[in-house]
Design a protein around this ligand. Sequence first.
Ligand code: MTE
Ligand code: HPA
Ligand code: MOS
Length: 805
Amino acid sequence: MRQLIDPQSSLTRAAPPRNTQAHESAVGHVTGRASYTDDLHQPAGLLHLAVGLSPSASGRITRLDLAAVRTAPGVVRVLTAADIPGHNEVGAVFPGDPLLAEDSVRYHGQPIFAVVASSLRAARQAVTKAIIEIDDAAPLLDPVEAIATHQTVLPKHVQRREHNRVVVAEEQRDKPLARLESAPLQVAGELFIGGQEHFYLEGQIAMAEPWEDDGIRVLTSTQHPSEVQKLVAEVLALPLHAVVAEVRRMGGGFGGKESQAAAVGVMAALAVVTTGRPVKFRMPRETDMKVTGKRHPFHNRYQVGFDHSGVIQAARIELIGDCGHSPDLSAGVVDRAMFHASNAYYLGDSLVIGHRAKTNTASNTAFRGFGGPQGMLPIENAIDDIARTLNLDPLEVRKRNFYAPGRDVTHYGQQVEQHLILPLVEQLERDSDYRTRRQQIAAYNRTSPIIKRGLALTPVQFGISFTAPHLNQGGAMLRIYTDGSVLANHGGTEMGQGLHTKVCQVVARELGIALDDVRISATRTDKIPNTSPTAASSGADINAMAARRAALTLKERLFEFARRHYDLEEGTLALEDNALTATTLAGAPFRLAWAELIQQAYLNRISLAAEGFYATPKIGYDPTTARGRPFFYYAYGAAATEVEIDTLSGEHRVRRVDILHDVGDSLNPAIDRGQIEGGYIQGLGWLTTEELKWNERGQLMTSGPSTYKIPAYSDAPIDFRVSLLSGHPNSEATIYRSKAVGEPPLMLAISAWAALRDAIASLDGYRSNPRLNTPATPEQVLLACQAMRAQVANQAAAAPSEELP
Ligand code: MTE
Ligand code: HPA
Ligand code: MOS
């Protein structure tokens, strides 16, 4: 058995950096002591909720008979849309998501009614007694057909840059690109990209209870507590200050709890106001998978013009996002796909079109990468096509096309400022021994008729910031108690990514105290108001910065007090190792333990609580001109993946992965490494095994782990080498010059898909370009191999003298 990490790699040799602290709940996670919403103390009289789902993907409800549900054992209350005191709408940004269906249904699995009962079992059994009749209409399930028939949830958006200028006039943007037609060479193609189920280990859940003065408290598993608060208030016709949403931690969110946790919290809250009792709502996994939206599937088309050295001159990329039945977050998802259509490459004259198709499925939503991964695939596909067309190494073509000084403005007008991608890729090329291994693999493939190997090294350039500018803000609050212990709160939520650990580290570092002296309690909307979702990988960028500002305020206050109180020389005060150190006016060294400093500050009536606020600077994108700077900065990474396929069965496995990833000056290398490994594996699942299937009636057929295959331990790369790029702090003034890490590593797995194409292309000596839709399951790989073999046979028949590989 091979070792997972090469003992010679720089990873194992380097001493662990000082800031490599374990996740704040690591021990709790592995011992089971970290509690999740379902583990919390159950209030007396707790009721349980279950939902009745639409058996049809589209049509009018002609009969809804709930009599037998009402009289079923244990049932306390049955809820329909008619029971909603406020408005029946839980859409995230745009309306379109009723909490409970009214006259018609728009997807198979849409909630129509809810049952509140004395036990979970009673609630779930009562649901089955409903009689629902629907005047079925044929569901629309194909996003391409949806666009052809103008079925969209939102209008299309177009970005265009031509003759070194972004074209801002809307009517000019959609015309054919002259330079594309005149380019010496062209590749074109299309690609279907499958969706992805979030498969958070903790499913969607909320527990709501009556709160003081007709208020309501919702304990929820959400990335966006303020959204839960707002929608509960709107549906129940309450002011926002009467609703508290609280989340200690999630067992994973991955974007699936950014907008879609709200409906779960609202449902529980509605049951609370109608029964006057606390209510918990947790769906079985199968229901969760049917009701909630997924990563957007995309159908993409590309045409890329290039010269004889493989340098791209022009590109037209058209992206069709399958949004499902409602807008939800699809405006932002398709925008982000468009922003990432160039990935790390300068496209020259470029036209990027994004469509938002409406189909009869659950409303697709945020998922790690938020459209970015789907947007990057066509250009990566095209670059490999260009390389094979010119008989060049794909990595060579990639390098020739990277954004570089003088070729550094994107199709939406943002200038790329930190030119890290080329040095990063060149370092990985060396560290992974790319050149030698490519030769070895080509040699192996010549002698191995059935088993073929492939290798690809692909880059990631991911824009960091919410593309909706107003979301780029965060707040924090610090309290120091008289024993010196510190309680921190901020607007971000913990879903396993280590945000709370990072924020505690920042506070401890600013105040010069031990990490154990800082604690974070649950995220609550009555502590930090109007928060943004913890999303867009910006959790630490925003909230750790806000916490740092609160810490600096306290530090200044403490310095000011101590300077006067102890006659200290200005400019000599410092907080480190749990003490205040300084020089007295008389020139003597001074030292006071942190706890004593706090005690004295308290006795002298110094405020020991402070707030901090941060708004990301420099950003702004104008959708009317399709131009601007949506991102504060870019995070970079690259991965080299080697795969092996069995060309007779399509089965494949990952033999080796080398990753070099840019996190600026890491806030916590251990946590960042975990994010990179987890992100890669999650991306690998998306691209190679996780296949969503709906039947022709729009019913999700893969609604559990037996039919939907997420990566297992045995799917992990046999040899997995992860390194952080060192010596390149963020060129922007982010928190300690770090970079966001949550989403970018997912796209490193694109190298696995490109490697699969490489292995398939070996069947005809790397001359033609296999089409490989994703997920590239064994079935897809086998079909691609068969198509390639058929093509080789045809060529042989046409030119019998030609020598075949
Ligand atoms: N890591 C874990 N363990 N669990 C998660 O749910 N979500 C990802 C990423 N990493 C996720 C995760 C997504 S989609 C995002 S946007 C970021 O974490 C959010 O957290 P951050 O902004 O604090 O990085
Ligand atoms: N990324 C992730 N989540 C979001 C975004 C984004 O850009 N915008 C709104 N929610
Ligand atoms: Mo992450 S998809 O931005 O929640």
